[in-house]
Design a protein around this ligand. Sequence first.
Ligand code: SF4
Length: 461
Amino acid sequence: MALGSVFEILKIGVGPSSSHTLGPAQAGLHFRGLRPCWDGEQDLRLKVSLYGSLALTGKGHLTDVAVTAGLGGYDPEKTPGSPLRLFHETEERGFLTFPREARVSFSPSHDIVYDTEREDLLHPNTLRIDLFSQGTLIESGEYLSVGGGVLEGNRICLSSSRRGSAGLASMGEVMAVCEREEEDLVAFILEHERLVAGKEPFQVYARLQRLWEIMQESIHRGVSTRGVLPGELKLVRKAPELMSRFHKKIVEWKILSQVITLGSIYAIAVAEENASGARLVTAPTCGSAGVVPAVLKILEDRFHYSQERILQALLIAGLIGALVKHNASISGAEIGCQGEVGTASAMAAAAASFLLGGTLSQIESAAETALEHHLGLTCDPVKGLVQIPCIERNAVGAVTALNAANLSLLTSGKHRISFDTVVETMQQVGRDMNRKYKETALGGLATLYRSVGEDDPLGSA
Ligand code: SF4
């Protein structure tokens, strides 16, 4: 299998977890669009079964909301706003309307089953949708949400083309081609997109432009929306207050640079938007969606790069994510958070190094440094919500990315461990990692969590 498109990594999605929300939403949307086998059928009823990590953390990750919304016709790409309203409406009235006005009984609280026992799973994020008529099964689909919102299934594969760019599969090979052809990384990726996705450069830029707008919107909404995040932790959003304190204390920031502080606030803002189920861009997943926009935005604020240069940085971030997805995984349920925030940090580091004038080797070195220091990072979200440790972790991932980019620029770019080696290592570590630490909420912070700071909504998690 060769390297896929960068747009398998950078997608418009809804939070809080791409594999737990965007994938299931698309599964629902796909299912309602199947050939209308329900034509003329009576007494239609739907059942959704969630397995593996989707069963263990699906409630906290809003998988029930996402799959219901998808079944109800909510398209994360096209439908503005949060899918929560559609979910509550469906629960209240007890049915969904499928195409051709078909009325299908469905009450999320009764008809979504969390099956933690099933063992014959091809992937830890599996869901099944069954449609019954008068009690008889007439249609079913099993979907695997394989990370970053990409969906595969026993009857479908919604992922975009898997054809490769001349069989390239590693950063080493990409660098070798760039050096041999004397081609810069941006030109290489544009050609790659033409080959794997049939997209001409103007289409790639148009798509990047849209993604960049949504990334910036999620920062803007995140730093201006106050309130409490959904879920039993009752976590108060802190990005707006941090921003207001940042502005008040701006002259006092003597040790930490403004770039690092503000970059962290931007990352928290997007991660909080994600935790509220809002629309954003997977980079590479929803849970880690704050890192890349935060780093790009803070560098844009500070250095006023042209729009084209920002979009090119996004393209490079996408390539790094695509390489990790191809050679390891970007799914917390498969390899822990190293695959999500670790990958996001590597994507942002490469993009930042590029923006700051890094050479090909320095860009690769930045990605390597950021990913290397996330190796072994577990996924153990408290109460199955994408809030603790996820929100702060986006800020730390963004700062690591900025640091890795800075370090790359101070060196020749030559280093002993390549990005490809770190990706391979991450895959190995992920394979060896205990299942408890792979988005199951069965170990780590998820089980040892004792709240000590609920009196201070702005205390760190
Ligand atoms: S800990 Fe990391 S991988 Fe797990 S849900 Fe949070 S952001 Fe995603």
